[in-house]
Ligand binder design. Structure first.
Ligand code: SAM
Length: 262
């Protein structure tokens, strides 16, 4: 259950990821923005392992036809298991091994904090029709990034690394910005504005220009409660509202004559 801000349980040590992939170049995408800085500052370590280097033939083949026939190719077990063993050797602590799969538990912000506690994680990105079932014997968990099918697990791995890295203390410069993020705080983030003050007759709410920090914080909390009630009421159901939060939400509903969309 979500209780207030989820961030309190984020570990304060570097996170280590070992990613098994046929396309290690795709992980260069992590080199940008706050995640890139976290890599440079060694708050986060990501290494890739290509199962092709453990292929048993001269053609570096890592996929083969499925027994029993059927469409597509299946990733062979041996190169994957060898890649897992090689990454286990270089992990700083016993890694938790994850196969990224549409058949897994669906990843979310709560899961991110749960998985971060493991500190060392191996992520297996499948390709083709998936992997030989016997690899799952050496896997601790299967995780999905949503109820759809990607052409490979790399985007799922990148997504999970990004979400977890962002939660590490110090990765996002201003910790309060992560603490008030949608979901992390247990609520959706309040509306935000930047210049210009007036855009096509639409003004920034006057409260935000008032300079009254306490009143602004109260307004933001009211908006966060209100839009959570409107857009993701299931988050409110998981949260025990304080007396003042209940009052602010009631104010939001009556001031906005708010009605939930279908
Ligand atoms: N035939 C497989 C099935 O129906 O379960 C799907 C294979 S998919 C085309 C290739 C790879 O993409 C999978 O092995 C998995 O690693 C990854 N993948 C696809 N969808 C995913 C999802 N929703 N979450 C995580 N990984 C996914």
């Amino acid at each position: 259950m979500l209780s207030g801000n989820l961030l309190t349980s984020a570990p304060k040590v570097p996170l280590w990821f070992g990613c098994i992939t046929l396309f290690p170049e795709l992980f260069q995408a992590l080199r940008y923005g706050v995640i890139g800085r976290a890599l440079e500052q060694q708050m986060l370590h990501v290494e890739t392992m290509n199962p092709r280097q453990f292929a048993k033939d001269n053609y570096q083949r890592v996929d083969d036809y499925p027994y029993g026939g059927g469409a597509g190719m299946v990733m062979m077990a041996e190169p994957l298991c060898d890649a897992i063993d090689a990454l286990k050797e270089s992990a700083p602590s016993t890694p938790h091994v994850i196969y990224l799969s549409p058949q897994g538990r669906v990843f979310d912000q709560v899961a991110a904090l749960e998985l971060m506690q493991k500190q060392s994680l191996i992520l297996i990105a499948g390709r083709y029709e998936g992997i030989d079932e016997r690899v799952l014997d050496t896997v601790d968990a299967e995780w999905s990034v949503g109820n759809f099918v990607l052409s490979g697990g790399e985007i799922a791995a990148l997504l999970m690394i990004d979400v977890m890295a962002r939660l590490l203390p110090g990765v996002v410069g201003d910790a309060s910005s992560v603490a008030t993020d949608s979901i992390t705080s247990g609520l959706l983030k309040y509306p935000q504005y930047t210049r210009p003050e007036v855009l096509n007759d639409r003004r920034v709410p006057s409260m935000l220009l008032s300079g009254h920090h306490q009143e602004i914080a109260k307004w933001r909390l009211k908006q966060a409660l209100g839009r959570t009630w409107l857009k993701k009421p299931e988050l409110l159901a998981k949260r025990q509202l304080t007396q003042s939060e209940t009052e602010l939400l009631a104010e939001f509903i009556s001031e906005n004559n708010a009605r939930k969309k279908d």
